[in-house]
Write a protein that binds this ligand. Structure first.
Ligand SMILES: [Zn+2]
Length: 257
C-alpha cells in the first residue's frame, strides 16, 4: 500500500471528493495527507479528515497567503493543531518567488514564524519552495526543523544540500514528464530519503498530464521511480511507505504495522 504524502482536497477542485478518496483506496493508495494552506481550505480539510480514518492533515499558511495572514491567525492555527491529533505536519509553508518577488522579507518572516510553531509542537514541516532555493536552504539550515521538501524538482546539488540537513524529498508527477532532469537526479538520491506525493489537483503524471490530478495516480509515479532506480516497484512501495511513517506519526485505530 502507498501513502500520498501531499495532496489537496477541496470542493472547488473536485465535483465529488468522496469519489476521489474511493479511487485512491481502489488503487492501493491507502493513506492521504491532505494539506490545508489557506484559511478556508484549512477548515475544509479538517472536516474531511474528521470523516475519514485514513486521511491526515498538514496545516499551515502557504507563502501566497502572506498578505492576509496575521499573528492572530497563527495563534489560532496553533490551537487547532494542538486539539486535533490528525494533524501530522505544519505545511505547506515556505517561499515562492515565482509569483511574488516584491514581498520576500514578509514571506521569510511568515515562514520563520511557522517553522518556530512546528518546533514548538514537535511536528515535521512540509516545505514549498519555488525559485527560492538559496533562501529556503539558508533558513532551514539555521532553524533545524525536520521534514520534507514537497514537490522537489531542483538539481542534484540542491538535493544533496537538503539531504545534508536531514530533509526528505517529496517526488511527484514531474518525475514522469518527458524532458525532466529529475529522472537523473533521483538516481543519486537514496531511496530511504524519498517520499511519494501527487500534489493533486495539480501536476498530474504522464499519461494524464494536463488533466486534473488525483491521489490514485501515486502508482504511476512509483513505477517511474522504479525504472529510474532499476528496482522492483514493490521495493519502492515498501520503502517510501516506511519513510512516510518515519516522518509522520499516522495515529489511527487501524494503523498498519
Ligand atoms: Zn501542495
Amino acid at each position: 500500500m502507498y501513502i500520498d504524502t501531499h495532496c489537496h482536497l477541496s470542493k472547488n477542485d473536485y465535483e465529488n471528493i468522496e469519489t476521489v478518496i474511493e479511487n485512491a483506496k481502489e488503487n492501493n493508495v491507502s493513506y492521504l495527507i491532505i494539506s490545508g494552506c489557506d484559511k478556508e481550505n484549512i477548515k475544509e480539510s479538517i472536516e474531511i479528515a474528521n470523516k475519514h480514518d485514513n486521511i491526515y492533515l498538514a496545516l499551515g499558511y502557504h507563502p501566497s497567503e502572506v498578505k492576509t495572514t496575521t499573528d492572530l491567525d497563527l495563534l489560532e492555527l496553533k490551537e487547532i493543531i494542538k486539539n486535533n491529533n490528525k494533524v501530522v505536519a505544519v505545511g505547506e509553508i515556505g517561499l515562492d518567488y515565482h509569483w511574488d518577488k516584491d514581498n520576500k522579507e514578509e514571506q521569510k518572516t511568515l515562514f520563520k514564524k511557522q517553522l518556530d510553531l512546528a518546533k514548538e509542537l514537535n511536528l515535521p514541516v512540509v516545505i514549498h519552495s519555488r525559485d527560492a532555493f538559496q533562501d529556503t536552504f539558508d533558513i532551514l539550515k539555521e532553524s533545524k526543523n525536520f521534514g520534507v521538501i514537497h514537490c522537489f524538482s531542483g538539481n542534484l546539488d540542491n538535493a544533496k544540500m537538503y539531504l545534508s540537513i536531514g530533509f526528505y524529498l517529496g517526488i511527484g508527477g514531474v518525475l514522469t514528464f518527458k524532458n525532466t532532469n529529475l529522472k537523473e537526479t533521483v538516481k543519486e538520491i537514496p531511496l530511504d530519503r524519498i517520499l511519494l506525493e501527487t500534489d493533486s489537483p495539480y501536476l498530474a503524471p504522464t499519461p494524464h498530464r494536463g488533466e486534473q490530478n488525483e491521489p490514485k495516480y501515486i502508482p504511476l509515479i512509483a513505477e517511474e521511480l522504479a525504472t529510474c532506480k532499476g528496482v522492483e516497484i514493490s521495493e519502492i512501495e515498501e520503502v517510501t511507505t516506511e519513510n512516510a511513517h518515519k516522518i509522520f506519526t499516522l495515529r489511527s485505530a487501524n494503523k498498519i504495522d
